[in-house]
Design a protein around this ligand. Structure first.
Ligand code: MRU
Length: 364
């Protein structure tokens, strides 16, 4: 997508320097800053400290982290150690495991002398494939938005609520939940997005809003608790969210608060869709309770970052010194609350049968 007219991906290899570069997302929306990753530790830190985030981008960054490790030493033991380090950075997004395991499977069969070069090629393929997948998700989700637009007799606006950031910043490009929205907007359907602020890290108000502004998609930021009210008032036609891991039977793990939006959508008879690339499906798990939920620092709840009057980024404390906080980063929305899964191969029921029909080669 474009930033001030210049096309960007969220991670890339600089043609001139050969270095891996990322957008430091901890500074958005106030500063647009590009950072280089030159070592395995840089890549691990970028994921752990959430300079990059979003399930597909975490996978892509881990892939480049492995390249940076193998560039120094391409032995099997170095590869195993690098993968162990990268896997420990964030536990919930399954794309991390998917990217590393699929690279390892291919690389371990090669002679040591060929591993590093092949790793760079595989990481680039993972990125290109992510872009293609997300564009296809956009095309498939577009049809849902178009259908709603037609149901409204092409009058007014299609109001879409989204949670967290599942836009191009969370992937290599296009995004998952936002991809259909970009495609609908570009096709001339008047869409308007309710952007959940998404405390504690404010992915919605910091990142989704920034993305939508850059692409001139009409939107309003709302506090996380406003969605249910807007649904009751008939102000939401459709919800689309992303996911960090969806089980083989269609239970959806996503940013904390997603479950409450799905409950409210069900109560108000509003379609609730989840957009996901196939690497986000965990074919080894059926039960959503078996997904590891990342427990993050309580400081993310008790403090907030913003721009001060001098235009500088500042973090301030919100809560009493004595009050403890707790910070589970994700929740699981049971498949029964999900209207459908928008994948690169089409839209299916959030069920074992639905997913197995679209991905017969993956279903166990
Ligand atoms: O903690 P984050 O910012 O990595 O969480 C991201 C989300 O929950 C996104 O909604 C999810 O990764 C979908 S990404 C296309």
């Amino acid at each position: 997508m474009k930033v001030q007219g210049k096309p960007y991906r969220s991670i890339w290899v600089n043609n001139k320097t050969g270095k891996v570069e990322i957008i430091d997302q901890t500074k958005l929306p106030h500063e647009f800053s590009v950072t280089q990753l030159t070592t395995l530790d840089d890549a691990a830190t970028a994921i752990r400290k959430m300079w990059v985030r979003g399930a597909p981008l975490v996978g892509a960054t881990a892939a480049y982290g492995l390249c940076l490790a193998l560039e120094k030493n391409a032995s099997i033991s170095t590869m195993a150690e690098a993968i162990k380090l990268l896997l420990a950075t964030r536990p919930t997004a399954v794309n991390l495991r998917w990217a590393l395991e699929s690279m390892q499977e291919k690389l371990k069969l090669l002679p040591e002398s060929k591993r590093s070069k092949t790793a760079w090629k595989l990481a680039a393929e993972i990125c290109d494939e992510d872009v293609e997948i997300n564009s296809a998700i956009g095309d498939n989700g577009f049809k849902i938005i178009q259908e709603i637009w037609n149901q409204k007799n092409q009058q007014g606006t299609v109001n879409i609520l989204t949670h967290c950031n599942a836009g191009w910043l969370a992937t290599v490009d296009w995004g998952t939940a936002l991809s259909p929205i970009y495609k609908a907007h570009d096709a001339g359907i008047p869409v308007h997005v309710w952007v959940d602020e998404t405390r504690p890290r404010n992915r919605g108000s910091n990142l989704t809003a920034w993305e939508l502004s850059s692409h001139e998609v009409p939107h309003h930021i709302i506090v996380d608790n406003a969605g249910g009210h807007l649904m009751q008032q008939g102000e939401v036609d459709l919800c689309i969210v992303g996911t960090d891991r969806t089980t083989a039977s269609g239970n959806v793990c996503n940013k904390i608060g997603t479950y409450l939006k799905a409950l409210a959508a069900k109560d108000n008879n509003i379609p609730f869709y989840v957009a996901l690339p196939s690497p986000t499906i965990d074919w080894q798990i059926d039960d959503g309770n078996h997904i590891p939920i990342e427990q993050r620092d309580a400081g993310e709840v008790s403090s907030i970052q913003g721009k001060n009057r001098r235009g500088k980024l500042e973090t301030i404390q919100l809560t009493p010194d004595e009050s403890p906080a707790t910070n589970p980063a994700f929740d699981v929305t049971p498949s029964r609350l999900v209207t459908g899964l928008i994948t690169e191969r089409g839209v299916c029921d959030a069920s074992q049968k639905g997913l197995a029909e679209l991905f017969p080669e993956k279903a166990i």
